[in-house]
Design a protein around this ligand. Structure first.
Ligand code: FE2
Length: 165
């Protein structure tokens, strides 16, 4: 099952909400670059990374409808069941489904970050959020965020290059 299927699913789910779709595609782009730079070769890990990148914020819509809030906490509750359904439809293996659901269910919680796949999503989402929230205007703050959150060589390089040079 290719990543295109998931992009199509994402577009179907978000409809005209181009902001959400673009956000996910930007995260996917960074996730690809970091995974490549970090020499991620295992096919399952690669798959977990791209599905997680595409679907990581899939819970936002339901969180907004249900709780009137897009806060990370609610997204983490609402995202995994929706992602599971999409992956089941695409006949993914159970271990992939479980891992992606775990990452989506924790992608705003640093203490749940327990592996390179999770870390790559963490860094990619942050790169996009720094840009979208215009956090780069405060260089000292951005330097702190990078220092605290980025662990991969490739992620650090991209972040420094984009926001600090
Ligand atoms: Fe995100």
């Amino acid at each position: 099952m290719s990543r295109l299927k998931y992009i199509v699913e994402l577009k179907e789910y978000y409809g005209s909400d181009l902001k959400r779709i673009n956000h996910a595609l930007k995260v996917l782009n960074y996730a690809d670059r970091i995974a490549y730079g970090e020499h991620i070769a295992d096919e399952k890990t690669k798959k977990v990374i791209y599905i997680s990148a595409i679907l990581h914020d899939i819970g936002i819509k339901k969180a907004e409808e249900k709780y009137g809030s897009s806060s990370g906490k609610y997204q983490e509750i609402e995202g995994p069941p929706i992602a599971r359904e999409i992956m089941l439809k695409n006949n993914e293996d159970e271990d992939i489904i479980d891992r992606v659901a775990y990452i989506i269910g924790g992608h705003h919680t640093a203490s749940k970050n327990d592996g390179i796949d999770f870390q790559i999503i963490w860094e990619s989402d942050l790169l996009v959020n720094i840009e979208e929230d215009e956090l780069y205007e405060d260089k000292e703050n951005v330097a702190n965020i990078i220092e605290k959150n980025f662990k991969t060589h490739t992620g650090k390089m991209i972040a420094n290059d984009m926001f600090l040079s």
